[in-house]
Structures are given as structure tokens and as C-alpha cells.
Design a protein around this ligand. Structure first.
Ligand code: 9D3
Length: 258
């Protein structure tokens, strides 16, 4: 018999050498803008991850769970004020219906400016779960009782204002799926990039500068050490650059979890 690459071998050989293929991680996304997701999730690393069978994306339109013929899912805020508030019923019904589509327990995540600022340590934890359910809001807010009932993990992608939770959700998907086994090609490895490199105390380090040909460009030279072939000297120069850049650009990264 032959395997997928045409190599000969018995089933017995294979059961000794290979662990069974893992089920793709399932990521459900709940949104009122379902059309926003496919172009990004079909491209680059998120697209490759899906083609490889590492992940499955299922997009759900919250409006499909509206209980009225106008597919209305929002209403005016009690107490007054601008904007509309996403109602409890369509959102919670949607979460419950979507969760019932697969037997795996989903980690519920709400993208919200009120959430925990997302950092790499949280991304790494989420990357190990078998199922994520992301809720992207696109309103002045969500009825607080729905948030209480769902008790999702609440995440923000940073202290700036986006017009909705859709792009934050896509960003989280990108950060999570690139950590799935075998998704990154050899062009970069998850263990080597920014926020994976550490100093001796375990603090995260920014990346060092990179150079390619030509050696001289508009009177700017590539640092001499990179041209010499002394690999120990290159490694120590790069580490020093990483430490210097971290200290000057991101002093907040020192003595802090990823
Ligand atoms: C200007 C409206 N704001 C009044 C104080 C509240 C507000 C509501 C909804 C601000 C932004 C949004 C939409 N943003 C998100 O849903 C969102 C978000 C963000 O805006 N920044 C960083 N991370 C995230 S995650 C979800």
C-alpha cells in the first residue's frame, strides 16, 4: 500500500509512526456583516490554514435569528442616548443554536472595547482550544443582560476606536490560526518572530533589523557584522539589537507577561 505521498508502507508501520490526523479547529463567527469575512479568511495564512484542514470557519448572520419579519436585531437604548443596542433575543438564540451545531464546547469570545487588551499569551491559550465562538458587535453596545447570560471572554484589540467588532474578530482569527500546527511555512516560524523571542529573564523582545541585497543602497551600508559569516557574532549582534530596540521603543514590554 502507499500513503498520500506514494510511499510504500503497511498500516502497522503507519500506526507506529503517525498520530491520527487532528480534527480542524472550528471557529464560529456571529455578525450582522457576514459578507465581510470570506475575503480575508480565504486569503493568505487564514486561507492556507483552512485548505490544510487545520481550521474551519463558519460565519453566522445574527439577523437570521431575529424573531420578527423585518429581521430587526437592535433597538433604542433605555435611558436615551445615541445609537442602537443589540437585543438579547437574536444574539443569545444565535449563540445557543450555533453551539448545538457541534458537540465540542466552544470558548465564547466577545470583541468589545471594554474587553481585556489582547496580548500574545492570550492568543496562545486560545490557539489550543478546539472550538472558538466569536461575537462581533457593531453597535453602540449590546444589551448587558445578554453579556451576563453568555459570560463570554471579553477582548479588545487595543486602545483605539474601530467602527465594529468585525475587523477585531478577523485579527484574532489571524493571530490564532497562524499558531496551528504546520500552518506557517518555512518563511517564518512562530517560535522565532516578534513576541516569541525572549531575553535571559524571559521578557519578550522586539525583532532585530533585517537587510538584503544590495550591500550598499543610496549610500546606506548593511552592518559589517552581517557580511562576515561569523555566526556567533551575528547572533550576539542581533540579540543586542533586539534588546536595544525593546528598551527604546517598548519599555513597557520589560517584566510583563506576553
Ligand atoms: C464611539 C462609540 N463609543 C462610545 C464611547 C463606544 C463604542 C462602541 C462600539 C466604540 C467602538 C465600538 C465598536 N468597536 C468594537 O466593537 C471593538 C473594538 C474597538 O473599537 N477597539 C478595540 N478593540 C475592539 S474589539 C471590538
Amino acid at each position: 500500500m502507499t500513503d498520500s505521498q506514494g510511499r510504500l508502507g503497511s498500516d502497522k508501520d503507519r500506526s507506529r509512526e503517525r498520530t491520527p490526523p487532528e480534527r480542524p479547529m472550528r471557529i464560529d463567527i456571529l455578525t450582522i456583516f457576514p459578507e465581510l469575512f470570506e475575503p480575508t479568511l480565504g486569503t493568505s495564512i487564514p486561507g492556507r490554514a483552512r485548505e490544510m484542514g487545520a481550521v474551519e470557519y463558519v460565519i453566522h448572520d445574527i439577523r437570521e435569528w431575529a424573531d420578527n419579519k423585518h429581521r430587526k436585531v437592535d433597538d433604542r437604548p433605555f435611558g436615551g442616548g445615541p445609537g442602537m443596542v443589540l437585543m438579547c433575543q437574536p444574539l443569545v438564540d444565535c449563540v445557543e443554536a450555533v453551539e448545538a451545531m457541534d458537540e465540542r464546547k466552544a470558548t465564547r469570545v466577545l470583541l468589545t472595547p471594554q474587553g481585556e487588551p489582547l496580548r500574545q499569551g492570550r492568543v496562545e491559550t486560545l490557539a489550543t482550544t478546539e472550538r472558538l465562538l466569536l461575537i462581533a458587535g457593531h453597535y453602540e453596545g449590546i444589551d448587558e443582560r445578554a453579556i451576563e447570560a453568555l459570560s463570554p471572554l471579553e477582548l479588545s484589540i487595543g486602545d483605539f476606536v474601530c467602527s465594529g467588532g468585525e475587523l477585531p474578530a478577523l485579527l484574532l482569527v489571524d493571530a490564532v490560526v497562524r499558531l496551528q500546527p504546520n500552518v506557517l511555512g518555512h518563511e517564518l516560524s512562530a517560535a522565532e518572530d516578534s513576541f516569541s523571542a525572549r531575553d535571559e529573564s524571559g521578557n519578550p523582545l522586539l525583532d532585530c533589523p533585517h537587510y538584503t541585497r544590495p550591500r550598499s543602497w543610496r549610500d546606506r551600508e548593511v552592518p559589517e557584522v552581517l557580511l562576515g559569516g561569523d555566526h556567533a557574532a551575528i547572533a550576539s549582534w542581533r540579540l543586542q539589537q533586539m534588546k536595544d530596540r525593546t528598551r527604546t521603543r517598548r519599555p513597557d514590554l520589560e517584566q510583563r507577561d506576553p
